[in-house]
Design a protein around this ligand. Structure first.
Ligand code: NAP
Length: 249
């Protein structure tokens, strides 16, 4: 495959880091976006380079429009042409009921999980769509089983942001289907990553095992496998799909 770049938001750990390693094995050069942890991002980049691929780490909060635009400008200047985007960066709030939440929390969740994904997709498609002179590409959005389960008494606001991601995936897939850009999503169930600490339940993956038909949480790499398949030419006729990676939950 000719050199081509995959930009992964939130790739310094968890699912994003697993995608970076798997996609580098498949021949992508990788942009490792992160928010705070430069050392963790550099460690992922080192793994990518050890696989013989280029890696660029870029600090940018996906909720910060100027930072996201600057990140894409760096990708244009320093990497091979963009061929893929994984909208992976996402956050949850503390476990709460709706009557205990405040508007500032909702704005942060919407800005990060929804607007961040919309903006990154817009800037990516302007580079990849044949309508804009690009060579085509693929976008994978991170939804969640929360979009269908609703996460009552946990974080209905987060669930709502992921419902928005599902709708956005279906619509954008149809909008770009004739322009060489496929758009799909994965809906992870309970995956063993650091994200659960932010909800106040750092051991959620372990304590929730009995709620999962397969009896165990998933790993970041099991989610990454589905994402990298959706990015690959093996998924050439798949667009607008939302794949549940949830152990049957
Ligand atoms: P994670 O372990 O908490 O990792 C989050 C990653 O995103 C980190 O690399 C973090 O970078 C980065 N990040 C956080 N806020 C960011 C921002 N504003 N801008 C840019 N990067 C940001 O999360 P994960 O569990 O891998 O989750 C990845 C995605 O899967 C999320 O969209 C999440 O909603 C979804 N998901 C996860 C699960 C699960 O059970 N884990 C289930 C369903 C869906 P820094 O460390 O540098 O801040």
């Amino acid at each position: 495959m000719p050199p081509s770049t995959l930009l992964i938001t939130g790739a310094s750990r968890g699912i994003g880091a697993a995608v970076a390693r798997r996609a580098a094995e498949r021949g992508f050069d990788i942009v490792v976006n992160y928010a705070r942890d430069a050392n963790a991002a550099e460690a992922v980049a080192a793994d990518v380079r050890a696989l013989g691929r280029q890696a660029l780490t870029v600090q940018a909060d996906v909720a910060d429009e100027a930072a996201v635009r600057a990140m894409f400008a760096r990708v244009d200047a320093e990497m091979p042409p963009l061929a893929g985007l994984v909208n992976n960066a996402g956050i949850v709030g503390m476990k709460s009921r709706l009557d205990e939440m405040d508007v500032a929390r909702w704005r942060l969740l919407l800005d990060t999980n929804v607007l961040g994904s919309l903006l990154c997709a817009q800037l990516a498609l302007r580079r990849m769509s044949t309508r804009h002179g690009g060579q085509g590409g693929a976008i994978v959005n991170l939804s969640s089983m929360a979009a269908t389960l609703g996460s009552p008494a946990m974080y209905v606001d987060y669930a709502a942001t992921k419902g928005a991601i599902d709708s956005f995936t279906i619509g954008l897939a149809r909008e770009l289907a004739g322009e060489g850009v496929r758009v799909n999503a994965v809906r992870p169930g309970i995956i063993d990553t650091d994200i659960h600490a932010a909800s106040g339940e750092p051991n959620r993956a372990q304590t929730s095992a009995s709620m999962i038909p397969m009896g165990r949480p998933g790993s970041a790499d099991e989610v990454a496998a589905a994402i990298v398949w959706l990015l690959s030419d093996e998924a050439s006729y798949t667009t607008g799909a939302i794949i549940d990676v949830s152990g049957g939950r």
